[in-house]
Write a protein that binds this ligand. Sequence first.
Ligand code: NAD
Length: 295
Amino acid sequence: MPAQILDGKHLSNVIKGEIKEEVDAIIAKGLRPPHLSAILVGNNPASESYIRNKVRSCDQVGFSSDVLRRDESLTEAELLELVNQLNQDEQIDGFIVQLPLPDHIDDQKVLLAVDPAKDVDGFHPFNFGCMAQGLDCFLPATPYGILLMLDRNNIETSGKQVVVIGRSNIVGRPMSILLSRKSKIGNATVTLVHSRTQNLEAICKEADILISALGKPFFVTQDMVKEGAVVVDVGINRIEDATRKSGSRLVGDVDYPNLLEKASFITPVPGGVGPMTVVSLMLNTLKAYKTKHAI
Ligand code: NAD
């Protein structure tokens, strides 16, 4: 039987509709809408496109938003000062610092400077620590989006073998922690594989749920996947494609066409995890607003 497509675009629109209803109710009470700010340093085209999507999503759910654009030459001290200003601004419920930052700026220093109460990307070690211990916090947007996707599609995780490929602080590692937690979408037996893992193919083949977040096109091939596995493709890779006007197209980490007959569920790229990441950012911003206003 062909795999069921986990349509992140559709699901994210459903969730945006739910957020919009809450925002309408907030505004009907005479309160201001939630506000998300984004800091964008330099002019990386991929970052520009991510920011456009985030601003569009804010409009769709009824949030106000703004983008603070700064030149590539911005110093680390100037960026830290900007972060500090946003931390203090009462009208801003949450903000993000779009990554990657220019090489002369230390990402970690900047992320540490963000007030954890406004850290709607969930990257601050305070939120990461709370996440690991199952305490209330902002979950990192991409793993949060994947949890929502599994939950809303009634995909059981309890007792399942999960393999996560990639150990970054923003995707792979938090994903592996979240699915191993004692919670509704969790209770899985999780293996995290990475660039130094031996026998990676054989380990992946044991997975009931395989989550790939490494950023290499067509890395996950048919022979690495168990029949009937759930395949979640986080990767976003641009490859050349002479048939396209632009000369390129986006693909994930997974050999999608050849897995359609083997997987039970699979996420497409684009239109899978990406939109779920953005909607999770909206959910975190709403949470920041509600916490601040004690709603
Ligand atoms: P990263 O580069 O920080 O981490 C990649 C990880 O993959 C590393 O931990 C590394 O150990 C592992 N890796 C690299 N080569 C490997 C190999 N040959 N075998 C096994 N593991 C290997 O990347 P990231 O920020 O976690 O992003 C991963 C991918 O996900 C990228 O394509 C990125 O664009 C995409 N991404 C998508 C979304 C989304 O919303 N869809 C969000 C964030 C990142």
